[in-house]
Design a protein around this ligand. Structure first.
Ligand SMILES: *Cc1c(COP(=O)(O)O)cnc(C)c1O
Length: 457
């Protein structure tokens, strides 16, 4: 069959409140043109993030009713543990309330001041947690991964030669561990090949370094390996997942992504000494080691989600729907990052709006227009987010993108057709879009709370 259908039926629905362009003009003006300041029920299609926004299945909601809220040793924890170990057989498992808590605990224990952590690309919370220890977060993704227009099946791959060089120059004693992010979120949700994981492992072995995987989108990465890497097309996804983690000594995870849950995460590892220290830290900051900041019902939702996320019909639909949006807007001429990643489509706003200079935030202007035109909420990833330097000066970011992140199992193909129609409609009228400016900005993370206006107003 050519048509890929959503592999689920819907038995519980959340109404979308329809709005008119006039109404949206008022909402966005009241929000000072900052999409983070909108009330989410004034949004028609919310593509701000795929984190914690997944629809849970009837099975997950049922599992939540079996959640056991005992402080210590809850059966929910043991169900969670066996679901994780079924995919990632590490010796020690530490639940946390979300991914960044796992990162914070790990780096507090293993990273010392002036050490370095190599990674294909650090996600922003990972980088912040490394830097919070006074250590350096070093990104070593392959060259192809830095060019949005280039096609490559595994643009998230680690540059193996650069990694070797980096370890030799830095000295292993200054590197507590090496990380690999699958899929590479900050690089556009691009996958890492099994061969690259194996090669990264071989380099780590040669230098005696532990390898940790940032596992947030492990199932999407495994699906790309099945689709694109020679020798894997007949392998069940669950076996691909197990092979990926067989090369690692530990992982950090946000269950808000491929856990198909609305909250949660974990840290896992084989090193007993580190695990003991991490558990002590966990008890200080998150909670006892069998719940780690989560309720029993959250642990049960994750346990069920982990079984569903490796379902191949689900992954086929998931990756196809992202590719569907990317293909249709790209065919209409909209410049995007290629190929489409797993969880999001990235529009290249700088090419989309060549008449708006980077310091007038073309990504913000486009994101606002997508909201005005169709009630779609995306996220500027560009100069508004990254352009302010710690010394107060401003510089264009490396790229000006608008990310349309697709929540898991939430929207249907008709919703995606609507997204395509809105994006291509805005593209036809792109010359009418105007540059923007900050009318008020905080000194850090200005994209979350800053206020915008149009340059010409
Ligand atoms: C989301 C994410 C994190 C952080 O997880 P949270 O649950 O948001 O704290 C870390 N790494 C990657 C690659 C992510 O996508």
């Amino acid at each position: 069959m050519k048509t890929i259908i959503e592999p689920f039926r819907i038995k519980s629905v959340e109404p979308i409140r329809m709005t008119t362009r006039d109404e949206r003009e008022k909402y966005i003006k009241d929000a000072w043109y900052n999409l983070f300041a909108l009330h989410s029920d004034d949004v028609l299609i919310d593509l701000l993030t795929d984190s914690g926004t997944s629809s849970m299945s009837a099975r997950q909601w049922g599992a939540m009713m079996t959640g056991d809220e005992s402080y210590a040793g809850s059966p929910s924890f043991y169900r969670f543990k066996s679901a994780v170990e079924n995919l990632m057989p590490f010796k020690y498992l530490i639940p946390t309330h979300q991914g960044r808590a796992a990162e914070s605990i790990l780096f507090t224990v293993v990273a010392k001041e002036s050490q370095s952590i190599p990674n294909n690309t650090h996600f922003d919370t990972t980088r912040a947690n490394v830097e919070a220890q006074g250590a350096a977060a070093v990104d070593l993704v392959i060259e192809e991964g830095k060019h949005p227009e280039l096609e490559h099946p595994f643009k998230g791959n680690m540059d193996i030669a650069a990694l070797e060089r980096f370890i030799e120059e830095t000295g292993v004693e200054n590197i507590p561990l090496c990380m690999l992010t699958v899929t590479n979120n900050s690089g556009g949700g691009q996958p890492v090949s099994m061969q690259n994981i194996r090669q990264t492992r071989a380099v780590c072995d040669r230098f005696g370094l532990p390898l940790f995987i940032d596992a947030c989108r492990f199932a999407e990465n495994a699906w790309f390996i099945k689709l694109r890497e020679p020798g894997y097309s007949d392998k069940p996804v669950i076996e691909i997942v197990r092979e990926m983690f067989s090369y690692a000594d530990g992982c950090t995870m946000s269950a808000k992504k491929d856990g198909l849950a609305n909250i949660g995460g974990w840290l896992a590892m084989n090193n007993e000494d580190w695990a003991v220290q991490c558990r002590n830290r966990l008890i200080l900051t998150e909670g006892f080691s069998t719940y780690g900041g989560l309720s029993g019902r959250d642990l049960d939702a994750i346990a069920a989600g982990l079984e569903e996320v490796v379902d191949e019909d689900y992954l086929n639909y998931r990756i196809a729907s992202t590719a569907y949006v990317a293909r249709h807007i790209s065919e209409a001429g909209v410049p995007i990052m290629k190929p489409a990643g797993g969880h999001a489509v990235y529009i290249d706003a700088r090419s989309f709006l060549p008449h708006i200079p980077p310091l007038q935030y073309p990504g913000q202007s486009l994101a606002v227009e997508l909201y005005l035109e169709g009630g779609i909420r995306g996220c500027e990833i560009g100069t508004a987010m990254f352009g302010l330097r710690p010394d107060g000066k401003e510089e264009p970011a490396h790229m000006d993108l608008v990310r349309l992140a697709i929540p898991r199992r939430m929207y249907t193909q008709a919703h995606m057709d609507y997204v395509v129609e809105v994006v291509t409609g805005v593209y036809r009228n792109r010359h009418k879009l105007k540059g923007m400016k900050f009318v008020r900005q905080p000194p850090a993370l200005r994209h979350f709370t800053g206020r915008f206006g149009y340059v010409e107003d």
